[in-house]
Design a protein around this ligand. Structure first.
Ligand code: ATP
Ligand code: MG
Length: 346
């Protein structure tokens, strides 16, 4: 549905040249929810604005739904853009117009009667669950409701692609979840390809099928969300993943040599990662019995990502050195990833 080939975008300003997007190539398939994550200034907004050519790439090609946008005339581009809806962190609603008129706005200039427009808007407001607000003004709505109006407006032209630039960043966690649910429904029920920009891995985990990680204008890692969470390749990705799995806390406790992770001679601090079905296996009680080792669980977390479970456990294991080694080998044989965070030599 979306293909970027070698897209670059630089800005020249008084302070010099900024390479906001550097030679990015991406393929986003029809029907996917695709996340782009990265720190502030990484180039996410610039990249996504290159998809609808709000930002013209300096080089490279952008193809959406089989049409190379970078080769179109301005007039052809205006038509092609109706295929691409966009929503923003700041909602961008027109304050002096009602909800109904905001959503109707993209339908201006179409060959539709007022009644047809109103019918279409009401159908969209039903979809975003705001049927009772059609005569309200934006100032009378909550942030979540404003974003629902913006989504309805973005869908008015029946786009095939919806671009979301930090669409939930201004919202509280509960409202964020409800907007993400709505985006999932838009994807599933209308078959719209959704591109989500965020700086929160939790958003990616909640709704995306695929993810690209951006750093300094480049895509440094890309893949399906579960694989990236289970085996992040780049340091930045690993940090992002660990922060959502709340593992960074353990790392800092180890660094600070905090009481809870302090080891007696012979003890080891292990981080275990379980993938898929073996999460439910009673491996810890098994190794305690089989190898006569003690396991003191410090931290545990189970995530369900794309319907697959990913478990993390941090524990202190103790016992005779041979038993501990055998127990660790048993875990590895059972497809548990074992990392020794700290080993107190006896
Ligand atoms: N119109 C512009 N003129 C000059 N520089 C720009 C312009 N737009 C973006 N930049 C620069 O390009 C770089 C990438 O900006 P961009 O907005 O794409 O980042 P981002 O990843 O979306 O960040 P954030 O998470 O803060 O929204 C930044 O260094 C920014 O200052
Ligand atoms: Mg941005």
């Amino acid at each position: 549905m979306i293909e970027l080939k070698d897209v670059s975008r630089t800005f020249d300003s008084a302070e010099g040249r900024v390479e906001a997007v550097r030679s990015v190539s991406l393929t986003i398939n029809a029907g996917e929810i695709y996340g782009i994550i990265g720190a502030s200034g990484a180039g996410k907004s610039t990249l996504v604005r290159c998809i609808n050519l709000l930002e013209h790439p300096n080089s490279g090609t952008v193809t959406v739904d089989g049409q190379e946008l970078t080769a179109l005339s301005p007039k052809e581009l205006r038509v092609a853009r109706k295929n691409i809806g966009m929503i923003f962190q700041s909602f961008n609603l027109m304050a002096s117009r009602t909800v109904l008129d905001n959503v109707a706005y993209p339908l201006h200039g179409r060959n539709m009667s007022r009644q047809q427009v109103v019918d279409k808007v009401r159908e969209l407001l039903r979809l975003v669950e705001l049927s009772d607000k059609e005569n309200a003004y934006p100032s009378q709505l909550s942030g979540g409701q404003k974003q629902r109006v913006a989504i309805a407006r973005a869908l008015a032209t029946d786009p095939k692609v919806l671009l979301c630039d930090e669409a939930t960043s201004a919202l509280d966690p509960q409202t964020t979840l409800s907007i993400l649910e709505l985006l999932k429904r838009v994807n599933r029920e209308l078959g719209i390809t959704v591109v989500i920009i965020t700086h929160e891995m939790a958003v990616i985990k909640e709704i995306c099928h695929k993810v690209a990680v951006m750093d300094q204008g480049r895509v440094i890692e890309e893949g399906d969300v579960f694989s990236v969470f289970a085996a992040p390749q780049q340091l930045l990705t690993r940090q992002l993943v660990e922060s959502t799995l709340r593992l960074e806390k353990i790392n800092s406790l180890v660094e600070e040599d905090a009481e809870v992770v302090r080891l007696a001679p012979g003890e080891q601090l292990l981080k275990l990662k379980y993938l898929g079905s073996n999460v439910s296996d009673p491996l810890i009680s098994e190794i305690s019995r089989k190898f006569d080792v003690n396991c003191n669980i410090i931290f545990g977390n189970i995530e369900i990502i794309s319907q697959t479970t990913l478990g993390t456990l941090v524990l202190i294991i103790s016992g005779y050195p041979d038993s501990v080694s055998a127990a660790i080998q048993y875990l590895i044989d059972n497809k548990v990833e074992v990392e020794v965070l700290h080993h107190a030599v006896s």
